[in-house]
Design a protein around this ligand. Structure first.
Ligand code: ADP
Length: 497
């Protein structure tokens, strides 16, 4: 199927290690490494990445600058270049990262949430496309991610449609979270350089706004999401965020590929952040991480079941269910270790719960990557009762660290966690379907019961979890076939046109 290496440009508003606010950055930082090193020819692919150059990104070398036709004028883009190193088995590749720089748009004290967001990211998208001929590099595929790069498929099918450099490039648009849509006032059409005729429900108009997410969904050759279940769920009104009708229309081109995690970075055997390293052959060492974590969080050092929670503190994560069962849960001899930041409502909620159960709840409000790893390693169970979850990385990291996930079966959680069956011993975690606090409590109790009553069976579950493969190697191969599919769809659409 892969008769030659592909040229792939991944475009994202955030990429690890340069800039991160959420899971998108993790994906954008690790998927290129997999794509660069997998493929049937054993050569890997020519993968490159484009993102804005925010103020905090240092050390990128000047590569070029050029005027970008934009918003009825020209605006200068400076391209700087950095790289990501990919190691996979015995292969090593350097992946170029192009950073689109413009003092006015990106030299600011944070990445998002400005009044001129439409202008900033429309400029970014236009600059990325203008850069390509100047690099003398014509990708087969541009892989766009979330609303910030939604205008790229749109521009290719409008401004660049009759330009022979661009018209062979196929596009894939991946939705990492449909809730964040990039919807802007009608005047944004002018910024995009498009006429009134694009303010139409078949094109960009979305509830009287211009939607960048919709631009990606309507104009990309293929629409993708980060799990199969989420791809199905967003076609229904409950999780469709008012785009379900549009997504149903594109259902023949709508896919879902579950994210992976970087198995080199997330490796309990070598992770320098841990108190004590371990693997599936010496699981008993995991317990020392629990004791160290208890000390770090000011909890009594005891061999009791420890439940971890690492999350953005927002409605999406099902935290109201936890609040409802907390008193019942705290009747048991357990500890809860919480790391998160987000909405002040939830931050205050966890502060007040912690004040009520100081001996049983460890709490850190804020973002802390080191503590996160210590919780993944030190906890016995990991809680993720999300209201919706496009993919979720927390459950994948926790499985890798032998920490058994307790999840609500939605989106990627449904695709990666399967319920433990006491009769057969199958499953890698515990879960429930309906969004209900009673079911959450029952599910946690099932896990606690197994932990307390059948320690050997629990050990087996932990060992199995650690032996699963949710690395990018697998999903990388799926992405490659998706790209091939996008290329053939693009080609046949061109033939018809
Ligand atoms: P989302 O992208 O919706 O936030 P994911 O589960 O896909 O959820 O990814 C969240 C990632 O961010 C995980 O790697 C998780 O460990 C990490 N994370 C979330 N909150 C924190 C925090 N407060 N401190 C450190 N890491 C965090």
């Amino acid at each position: 199927m892969f008769d030659r290496p592909l040229k792939i440009l991944l475009v994202s508003a955030e990429v690890v290690p340069f800039a991160k606010t959420g899971g998108l950055a993790d994906v954008a930082g690790s998927l290129p490494k997999a794509l660069a090193t997998v493929g049937n020819d054993n050569m890997g692919n020519d993968v490159r990445v484009a993102m804005p150059r925010y103020r905090q990104i240092e050390g990128a070398a000047y590569r070029m600058d050029f005027p970008v036709p934009f918003n009825s004028r020209y605006e200068t883009a400076v391209i700087r270049e950095s790289s990501i190193e990919a190691h996979y088995q015995d292969k090593h590749k350097t992946i170029p990262v192009y950073l689109v720089d413009n003092y006015h748009y990106f030299y600011r004290d944070r990445m998002y949430m400005f009044d001129d967001e439409a202008e900033r990211f429309a400029f970014f998208c236009r600059a990325v496309l203008e850069m390509l001929p100047r690099l003398e590099w014509q990708p087969d595929i541009i892989h766009c991610n979330d609303w910030q790069s939604g205008p790229i498929p749109l521009f290719l099918k409008t401004h660049y449609l009759h330009n022979s450099f661009y018209n062979r490039i196929a596009t894939v648009f991946t939705i990492h979270n449909l809730q964040y849509q990039g919807n802007f006032p009608k005047g944004t059409l002018q910024i995009l350089g498009l006429g009134e005729e694009y303010f139409h429900p078949e094109r960009l108009e979305f509830y009287d706004m211009v939607s960048f997410m919709k631009a990606g969904i309507v104009y990309a050759d293929i629409v993708n999401t980060v799990s199969r279940t989420y791809a199905v769920e967003i076609q229904r009104p409950e999780l469709g965020e008012r785009m379900d009708g549009l997504l149903r229309k594109r259902s023949a081109d709508l896919y879902g590929i579950v994210n992976g995690i970087n198995y080199h970075e997330f490796n309990p055997r070598t992770d320098a952040r841990l108190h004590r390293n371990y693997d599936q052959h010496c699981i008993e060492n995991k317990k020392e991480n629990k004791f160290a974590l208890q000390r770090e969080l000011g909890l009594p050092v005891r061999d009791v079941p420890a439940i971890g929670l690492i999350s953005r503190l927002v409605d999406q994560k099902g935290l109201d269910l936890i609040a409802k069962i907390i008193d019942d849960l705290m009747e048991q001899n357990i500890q809860l270790m919480v790391l998160g930041s987000g909405e002040s409502y939830y931050e205050n909620l966890f502060q007040s719960i912690k004040a009520r159960y100081p001996e049983k709840i460890g709490l850190y409000i804020g973002f802390n990557a080191i503590l996160a790893q210590r919780i993944y390693a030190g906890a016995d169970m990991f809680l993720m009762p999300s209201r919706f979850e496009p993919c979720g990385l927390g459950q994948l990291i926790s499985l890798r660290y032998g920490t058994i996930p307790i999840v609500r079966f939605t989106g990627g959680l449904a695709d990666t966690v399967s319920d433990y069956n006491p009769a057969t011993g199958s499953g890698n975690g515990f879960g429930f379907k309906d969004y209900s606090e009673t079911l959450l409590l029952n599910t946690i109790n099932r896990a606690l019961k197994l932990y307390k009553e059948k320690p050997e069976e629990w050990q087996r579950l932990v060992k199995n979890a650690m032996e699963l493969d949710f690395s990018w190697a697998r999903s990388g191969v799926e992405y490659l076939s998706l790209f091939q599919e996008a290329m053939s769809k693009h080609l046949s659409a061109q033939r018809i046109a």
